[in-house]
Each structure stands twice: as C-alpha cells, then as structure tokens.
Write a protein that binds this ligand. Structure first.
Ligand code: TYM
Length: 336
C-alpha cells in the first residue's frame, strides 16, 4: 500500500521554492493517493529547525504559521495526517538507533551539510551534521513508500535507503521499506530571482530574490517585475533557452503555477521580451498565491485551533509509529 510522507522545516514562512517544489505536490498526492486507498502524512520538521540557531519564540511562531500555510494551500488535516515532529517522540528515538547504522563516511558526502556549514565546519552543530539520519528516521518510521521532495533532498533520501538496507541486512529483517523520492517534474528546483545560480531559499542574501507566501500582492508583483533577466526575446522552444538560467527559471515558475509545460509557455511567448513576460508572470503569481495568503491570515486568527490540528495529527502519527519503533528496538536486542 502506498504511504506518502514528507516534511518541511519551520525556519521561515513558505516560499515559492518549497511551495512549487514540494507542497503543491503534497496537495496533489493527497487526492491521488487517498483515492487509491493509500495514506498521506505531512509534518513540520521542528526538530530539524533546531540544527541552525533559531530563537524559541520564532520557532514556535513559525511552526504555527507553517501549519496554517499548509492548510491554506490545501492540506486537509481531516484526510492527511498533519503534525509536528517534536510531538511524536518516536522520530527522535528511531534516529538514535539509526545513528549506529549510518556511517560517518556516508554523512561526510552530504552536500547540504557542506553548503550549510561552509568554512565553519568545526563550529557547526552536531545536529546539522546528523540531520540526514533524523530525516531517514522520519520516513522509515512509517514505512513510507513515496517521499515528495525538491531535487535538493534527493541525496538525503538515498542515504535513508542505504540506512534501511544496512539495518535490514545487519539485523536479518525486512522491517524497513525503501522509500522512493518523488521529485516534481514541473519544479525540481526553483532558483533565486536575483541569482539563478543559487536555489531559492530563505537564506538568500536579498529579500527581492525570494517570493514568500505571506507577501502582499504588491510585493509579489514587484519581485517578479524586478526579477533579473536578459535582454533577449523568448525563443520558439524550451531547448533554445539552454544557456539562459534566469529566463529558464522564470519560465519554469510560470509553467508550474499555471499547471502547464515549459514547452507550452515558451511557445505562447515566443518572440516576446521579458517586458511582456514578467508582468504576465506577476499577475499569474498574484492570482495563485494571493488566495492562499488570505486564507492563511484568516486561519492565524485562531492559533489555538491550529495547535489542536497538530495535536490531533500527532496522536494519529504516534499510533502508527509506536509499533514500528518497538520492532526496531527488538530487532536490535533492546529490552523494551
Ligand atoms: P526544506 O524545509 O528546506 O524544504 C521543504 C521542501 O521544499 C523543497 N524545496 C525546493 N524545491 C524546489 N526549489 C527550491 N528552491 C526549493 N527549496 C526547498 C525541498 O526539497 C523540500 O522538499 N530536510 C527537509 C525537511 C525534512 C524532510 C523529512 C523532507 C525533514 N524530514 C523527511 C522529506 C522527508 C528540508 O530541509 O526541506
């Protein structure tokens, strides 16, 4: 049976990169997988949020805000299991077990750690280094079959598969299912609007480079109108955009927002310049993102209700997690 599991860090509000790269897929899968008798589980990775310094008040507020955004974007807490990771202690417990299965050499190859730690490796938290093992626990704990993520998380899922394979072999069991990454074809990687060499992320240096789901209509439109591009016209085909990263990024965003292919979008705007394309993109983005923001704002008026959603989701998640954790402990010889 299909079980979809995925998470998002509450390090800031949702931005267009994680919306198009992951959350939009989460919503689509909710309908698709549930109608096939499967299950969808989505969580706020608050423990992962701790791997880089965040003030406690910000972590709390971001967790509530991210939950409201996910619900506003279409995650239905009645149909999907929606929770925060810290409320399901089995994530931490399994991670502690899997730390003995994962190898230092495997973690040393993780590019996200190298990027995030930068030159200050000695000063990075152990949590940041060990992050992928907790992430493996997140999905293995539920025997996830599919994990919808952006391109940047694929390497972490490969590691989760390696950990599951080694655990199953070392302890002569078939306990863990190997999770398959599902990378959105439409938006594998959304880049910064100022520097198409960097992925869109809340840590981009310029505010202008990241479209956030809390941005007002004016701010969204302004960010697209001022997005970096080149002076050339759009060609007839997507392939001809080959060496124009800014242009490719804007066409990718347009196509993902409009649920169309990049080929269709290029064909429609062939021979036109970005003076025409960018305002159209700005209008489209406002039309698609504005309603999500408005609904999120409405939901945030009752933070107690949001927290109650997370508590209910955590209760359901704990019920699924507890037996699997126990089997892992027993397989390893722990008396529990
Ligand atoms: P996070 O919180 O950085 O991002 C959440 C999701 O958004 C995707 N994403 C992007 N996709 C396309 N273009 C971008 N610019 C972009 N930026 C972010 C990410 O790939 C991700 O799918 N480690 C995860 C959170 C996590 C998780 C898990 C995910 C923790 N445990 C278990 C899946 C399963 C992360 O940091 O995502």
């Amino acid at each position: 049976n299909m079980r979809v599991v995925s998470g998002i860090k509450p390090t800031g509000n949702l931005h267009l990169g994680n919306y198009l790269g992951a959350v939009k897929q989460w919503v689509a899968m909710q309908d698709q997988i549930l109608s096939q008798g499967g299950e969808t589980m989505y969580f706020i990775a608050d423990l992962h949020g701790l791997t880089e310094w965040i003030a406690p008040a910000d972590l709390r507020a971001n967790t509530i805000e991210m939950t409201a955004t996910l619900v506003a974007a279409g995650i239905d807490p009645e149909r999907s299991i929606l929770f925060n990771q810290a409320r399901v202690p089995q994530h931490s417990e399994l991670s502690c077990l899997l730390n003995n299965v994962a190898r230092v050499g495997w973690l040393n190859r993780m590019t996200q750690f190298k990027d995030k730690a930068g030159k200050n490796r000695e000063g990075a938290s152990v949590g940041l280094y060990d992050y992928p093992v907790l992430m493996a626990a997140d999905v293995l704990l539920y025997n996830a079959t599919h994990v919808p993520v952006g391109e940047d998380q694929k390497q972490h899922l490969e590691l989760a598969r390696d950990i599951a394979t080694k655990f199953n072999a070392d302890y002569e069991t078939e306990l863990f299912t190997l999770p398959a990454p599902l990378v959105s074809q439409a938006a594998p990687r959304i880049m910064s609007l100022r520097d198409a060499g960097a992925k869109m992320s809340k840590s981009n240096p310029s505010e202008q480079s990241v479209v956030k789901l809390i941005d007002s209509d004016e701010v969204i439109a302004d960010k697209f109108r001022r997005a970096k591009t080149d002076p050339d016209l759009l060609p007839e085909t997507w392939e001809e955009l080959g060496s124009r990263p800014e242009a490719r990024n804007l066409v990718t965003i347009f196509a993902a927002l409009a649920d169309r292919t990049t080929a269709e979008v290029v064909a429609e705007y062939a021979g036109k310049g970005f003076g025409q394309f960018k305002p159209a993109l700005a209008d489209l983005a406002v039309a698609k993102l504005g309603p999500i923001r408005d609904e999120m704002t409405r939901l945030l008026a009752d933070q107690g209700a949001i927290d109650a959603i997370l508590e209910r989701g955590a209760e359901r998640a704990r019920e699924l997690a507890a037996p699997l954790l126990r089997r892992a402990q027993e397989a390893m010889g722990l008396l529990v």
